[in-house]
Ligand binder design. Structure first.
Ligand code: PMP
Length: 352
């Protein structure tokens, strides 16, 4: 081993879902929205003067921050933006989770980036088991900790917790920052953002990747009290001033102004999810009702790993996690009605 290897930060990286290159696939593996974004987005991006690309973007991304503040009824000083919610969450881990003695807490079954960031930043953590019905138990977070993070709805389970339960977690740890990761909240869960005036330790993180169809632009944001947002910005400016590029700022701002598109497309995904639940049930799958843009399903007669493989042979991509407790489940993104019809035709063959 070369001597310099001793001084290297060694990490096991997060594995994102596959982004296959071939055409004619049905891609239900990374919870993207199946519909193109609001047409206002393309228009805004095309409208960026060529000459402006020569210059650095606004480091504060004020246009986007102001549009988010206006849309969600917050002050601009209560809004932080980043390169997808992954960037926002990573910055939150770096900024808020600095207790070297007390562990950060998150569910045992959850977004599999949390333990990767904790390892990267050398943050001690402990996982808190979901119950047998994949529910977060708020009382289990009432213990010493160096911070708490959980998604609501949770991923990959799709199960949401009531706002009162989320509040119980936030209220019981006033000495640490509690991050509610609301990547999927627009598909039917209750946001904790309204609790921000009441709790100075609460940070709510959301994304444009799912409900606004802009995974390709990488736009995420956080709401919290001014002091938390100031600390986040201090860390961000100590790392990379220009996280948001001009195109993303313009795209995000335009998307926020098209409420009609937003309501229509979120409504379509929810309607297709309702249809899909009936089809999965008819095929014998078991699952909990989802309030996200995916379903987490298991079949009593055929192992998930086999269904995954056979779907893939038919060019249908879903997500399989070879992890304890969930290795007989598939996480399936809600696509268009046509994509779901093709999925169910394939599943009927595979299960026949
Ligand atoms: N949180 C959760 C729970 C997610 O599932 C995802 C999507 N992979 C993210 C955050 C990050 O999404 P993005 O960086 O696209 O905003």
């Amino acid at each position: 081993m070369p001597l310099w290897e001793e001084n290297i930060r060694k990490v096991v990286p997060y594995t994102p879902g596959e982004q296959p290159k071939e055409a004619n696939i049905i891609k239900l593996n990374t919870n993207e929205n199946p519909y193109p974004p609001s047409p206002a987005v393309q228009a805004a991006v095309a409208g960026i003067p060529d000459a402006d690309l020569r210059k650095y973007p606004d480091p504060a991304a004020a246009e986007l921050v102001n549009a988010l503040a206006a849309r969600y009824g917050r002050k601009p000083s209560e809004v932080f933006v980043g390169v997808g919610s992954d960037d926002v969450l990573a910055m939150c881990f770096l900024t808020f989770f600095n207790n070297r003695e007390k562990p950060v807490l998150f569910p045992d079954i959850t977004y599999s980036f949390y333990d990767v960031w904790a390892d990267l930043f050398r943050i001690p953590y402990e996982t808190v088991p979901l119950d047998d019905a994949f529910r977060i138990r708020p009382e289990q977070y009432e213990r010493e900790n160096g911070g708490i993070v959980f998604p609501n709805p949770n991923a990959p389970t799709g199960r949401a917790m009531a706002l009162a339960d989320a509040e119980r977690i936030i209220a019981s740890s006033p000495g640490s920052v509690v991050i509610v990761d609301e990547a999927y909240v627009d598909f039917g869960a209750e946001s904790a953002a309204g609790l921000i005036p009441k709790y100075d330790n609460l940070l709510v993180v959301q994304t444009f990747s799912k409900s606004r169809s802009l995974a390709g632009e990488r736009i995420g944001f956080a709401f919290g009290n001014e002091s938390l947002i100031r600390y986040l910005n201090d860390c961000k400016y100590s790392f990379n001033s220009y996280t948001m590029n001009r195109t993303a700022i313009a795209a995000g701002t335009a998307a926020l102004k098209d409420e009609k598109w937003f309501r229509e497309k979120v409504g379509k995904v929810i309607a297709t999810r309702g249809r899909a639940e009936k089809e999965f049930a008819a095929l014998g799958f078991r699952f909990y009702p989802s309030v996200s843009n995916f379903l987490f399903v298991t079949h009593p007669a055929k192992p998930a790993a086999e269904i995954f493989k056979e779907l893939r042979e038919r060019h249908i991509y879903v997500r399989y996690f070879a992890k304890p407790r969930i290795d007989n489940y598939l996480r399936i993104t809600i696509g268009t009605d046509e994509e779901m019809d093709a999925l169910f035709a394939a599943l009927r063959e595979i299960l026949a």
